[in-house]
Design a protein around this ligand. Structure first.
Ligand code: ADP
Ligand code: MG
Length: 399
């Protein structure tokens, strides 16, 4: 089995190497570029500094010039390394303010991520006068139509609702220049691929296609070539499944005691902002309810809730202070709450890639993070899989 998997991976890698003549590898440290040296307009620079960004991160240094030069780019760098601004800054820079039609479209796998990315791009583009709009399902369509009619330069949205607007002709991609797939490997997987191909067909006038994610399997890069022109790959992590800036622990227990163990963990991290992942929507409801009953300050986030409840939960979690958010994997991709101290996996994720995205909700940008995974005997094979690539220690309670 193992040998077969290795052979498959090797073949896949060979295909990748053969089909990607323009692979650019990490050059971190060679250039100590500042934002000024990236040739961006004063209005954008001033907005970036107002946001508190002093120096570009490695992925930003590498991809901003490439995107500005008009290239198609596949960008891979770890969670929390500033990928949003890596495409957001050049998008804002290239926007023709005088033309009030949609020039850039960014697709994200979740509604919360669409909202977050729209906010970041809107901040970057504030002083240039770039108009940004988030378009996602679960919210009334009329206000979105009115916003679009009022003229927007950049649209950030989830595939289903974007397609809905395209079919109603309330979103027009005639002047589209750039399309970005954020969390590209998720966006290009089975659940979304049909919608994405249709949207890309609507956006056939585009000049550039950009793909960003912390994990970029060769299969996805190969698939993406269908939609991209002579893309250049910027890969910042040597092995994207290795996470070094997060201290990782596991606690073993029996299924009946998982909640008790979770409470002990929460009690030992009382002053912290904690994100707890569960496997299903029902489980998040159940665990959040149990914790609330025991007096914890807890919010929940899952696909069963109405969108306004979901937005309210995440906004509450973002506010300063120690609190707990119990969520499904809807929160595992892209969500940036920089002050999150701890991620707890109440249930193990489906695979190693999801594990890397989940724990990546802590340790954002230049911070360190901490993650604790609760396991039972049946999770041993998953634990071994993590241990093959990541340093993980047994968690000891203080008393
Ligand atoms: P990623 O998409 O790579 O997971 P994000 O784009 O969400 O990461 O950025 C992670 C955090 O880093 C955000 O809080 C963002 O505001 C911050 N950030 C991005 N670029 C910079 C920078 N150059 N300097 C300081 N902070 C930054
Ligand atoms: Mg991101």
């Amino acid at each position: 089995m193992f040998i077969l998997r290795c052979v498959k991976r090797f073949i896949s890698y060979l295909m990748f190497v053969v089909s990607s003549p323009f692979v650019k590898r990490e050059k971190v440290g060679l250039k100590n570029l500042s934002f000024e040296e990236l040739n961006i307009k004063d209005s954008v620079l001033s907005a970036i500094y107002t946001m508190g960004y002093e120096k570009p991160s490695p992925i930003q240094k590498e991809t901003i010039p490439l995107i500005l030069s008009g290239r198609d780019v596949v960008g891979q760098a770890r969670s929390g390394s500033g990928k949003t601004a890596a495409f957001g800054i050049p998008l804002v820079e290239m926007t023709n303010i005088a033309d009030r039609s949609v020039q850039a479209l960014i697709l994200t796998p979740t509604r919360e991520l669409a909202e977050q990315v729209a906010r970041e791009i809107s901040n970057i583009g504030r002083k240039r006068g770039v108009r940004v709009c988030a378009i996602y399902g679960g919210m009334p369509i009329e206000p979105q139509i009115r916003r679009l009619q009022g003229g927007v330069h950049v649209v950030v949205g989830t595939p289903g609702r974007i397609l809905d607007h395209l079919r109603r002709k309330t979103l027009n991609l005639r002047s589209i220049r750039v399309i970005v797939l954020d969390e590209a490997d998720r966006i290009l997987d089975m659940g979304f691929i049909d919608d994405i191909s249709t949207i890309l067909f609507f956006a056939k006038n585009r000049k550039q296609t950009l793909l960003f994610s912390a994990t970029m399997p060769y299969e996805v890069i190969n698939l993406s070539r269908k939609y991209m022109k002579n893309p250049i790959t910027v890969k910042i992590s040597q092995d994207e499944l290795i996470v070094k800036h997060i201290d990782q622990y596991y606690v073993e227990t029996v299924p009946e005691n998982k909640l008790k163990v979770l409470k002990r963990i929460l009690n030992e991290h009382r002053e912290e902002k904690i994100l707890v992942f569960c496997a299903t929507r029902r489980k998040t409801n159940h665990i959040a309810w149990k914790l609330k009953q025991s007096g914890y300050f807890v919010f929940r986030l899952n696909g069963d809730m109405t969108q306004s409840q979901r937005n309210w939960s995440l906004e509450s979690f973002r506010k300063p202070g120690s609190k707990i958010l119990v969520a499904t994997d809807v929160a595992s991709r892209g969500i940036d709450v920089p002050t999150t101290d701890l991620v707890v996996n109440f249930d193990i994720p489906r695979n190693l890639k999801d594990y890397v995205h989940r724990i990546g909700r802590t340790g954002r940008f230049d911070r360190r993070g901490k993650a604790i995974t609760i396991i039972t005997q049946r999770d041993h094979s998953f634990l071994r899989k993590i241990l093959r690539t990541n340093k993980m220690e047994k968690y000891y309670f203080k008393k």
